[in-house]
Design a protein around this ligand. Structure first.
Ligand code: PMT
Length: 397
């Protein structure tokens, strides 16, 4: 039987996007049942969702589409996941405090299914301490937030409050429902993104890493039930739901953050593109332009993954090798030199893979000599294939 997603739709201007969310979830093979608030009906008609999903749409707590069944219990028990998208400040407040004055909030109280929330509201409402406190209450209770994006609102205000991208919501929720829960009780530490090494207060040495690969690895691990800590360089990606994110700028800061979380992890995945060198003496004030040659003296950064792998104990350590030539040779050298259990060789010179893009193609090399070539696919699919390999590698170790 298809997995059930209960889609809660609230009275935000973004409510019309819930129709595309419903269609996207159905495209992924999920059965979708929609519950709307009365305010949502000001924005989009229940008939739209009924026609799209082939299921009745519930609104009032006493709606009973099937005689003899108590809908708010039946639907609550049959749901594999509840997604509220868009979620308004008012509904967040009700959920945080256990109010149940309509079908959506009643169902949310009556279910044990995981709760995913994609808020959408004016930036001032989103950043209001009351809303943020409610978000904190719900997060501590295990709700997974798909955070709002930055942009211009219907009212003309600019800020954080736009509903996250429809496709991102669909992928997130479909991934969470459909993937195996084979990382439960596994504690995972991941690095992602670039490091920025200061030259002066306004300039830095960095690289093209967007963080997409590392964030996808973190999200996939979370979906599979892991407890995830992500040490991120400077990126402009939303934090994956349910993942603890620690932001760093430089390789030295990233090393410190990794060292303080390494002890508590079972698996460490080093996906960050750490700058190998940093300016020897960063300037304390901005260097002014002149016509002279400017030579920058660089010194090596610490090797983060090699530093912690030297004391790895039973932990499983995974590295990446971003290469433009002699890909296999260089990857195998790094596997050994850095003390890794698995390395993902990433030919970053080929189109559609490596930095910034949404796809990747990796060849995995295990320390026992086995190799596995993954196809070119989305970073999300790549991340899941990497976790499949890590689980096999851990099992065989
Ligand atoms: O972020 P995206 O835009 O999605 O791009 C993804 C990616 C190309 C950055 C990613 O897939 C990738 O290949 N990451 C590793 C990049 C890298 O720094 O490779 P490397 O070959 O220089 O380093 C080898 C390994 O040592 C890596 O695991 C790296 O995290 C680690 N390292 C490197 C240097 C250093 N000082 N400390 C480290 O821990």
């Amino acid at each position: 039987m298809n997995k059930q997603v209960l889609l809660g739709v609230c009275g935000s201007i973004a409510a019309y996007k819930a129709a595309d969310i419903a269609r996207g979830l159905m495209r992924e093979g999920l059965n979708v049942r929609v519950v709307m608030t009365t305010h949502a009906m000001q924005m989009i008609a229940p008939a739209t969702f009924a026609a799209l999903t082939g299921n009745p749409v519930l609104i009032d707590a006493f709606d009973e589409p099937v005689a003899g069944q108590i809908a708010h219990i039946q639907w609550a028990q049959e749901a594999d996941l509840i997604l509220i998208a868009p979620a308004t400040a008012h509904t967040l407040a009700k959920l945080a405090h256990g109010l149940a004055d309509d079908m959506l909030t009643t169902l949310a109280l009556a279910t044990t299914a995981p709760l995913y929330i994609a808020p959408a509201m004016n930036p001032a409402m989103w950043s209001h301490p009351a809303t943020q406190h409610n978000v904190q209450i719900l997060t501590e209770r295990g709700a997974q937030f798909i955070p709002p994006a930055f942009g211009i609102m219907a009212c003309g205000d600019e800020g954080w409050g736009k509903l996250a991208e429809v496709e991102a919501i669909v992928q997130h929720v479909a991934g969470a429902v459909l993937c195996p829960k084979d990382l439960q009780e596994v504690r995972v530490l991941i690095t992602a993104g670039p490091t920025y090494e200061p030259i002066d207060p306004v300039r830095f040495v960095g690289n093209r890493s967007s963080g997409k690969m590392g964030y996808a690895i973190a999200q996939a691990a979370r979906e599979r039930g892991a407890e995830v800590t992500l040490i991120s360089g400077p990126v402009s990606l939303p934090a994956p739901a349910g993942v603890e994110v620690i932001f760093t700028q430089t390789a030295d800061q990233m090393l410190t953050a990794v060292q303080s979380h390494f002890e508590a992890c079972d698996v460490f995945v080093a996906a960050a593109a750490v700058a190998d060198y940093k300016p020897a003496q960063p300037l304390s004030s901005k260097r002014k332009r002149d016509s002279k040659l400017w030579a920058l003296e660089m010194v090596p950064n610490p090797d983060i993954v090699a530093t912690v792998a030297a004391h790895k104990g039973n932990r499983y350590i995974v590295g990446f090798a971003a290469e433009t030539d002699k890909v296999v040779e260089n990857a195998l050298h790094k596997l050994k030199k850095k003390g890794l259990d698995l390395i993902a060789a990433n030919d970053v010179s080929a189109p559609g893979r490596g930095f910034e893009v949404d796809t990747n193609q990796l060849t995995l090399f295990f320390a026992n000599g086995i190799a596995r070539e993954l196809p070119l696919m989305s970073k999300r699919e790549t991340a899941h294939a990497l976790w499949d390999a890590i689980l096999e590698g851990r099992h065989a170790k």
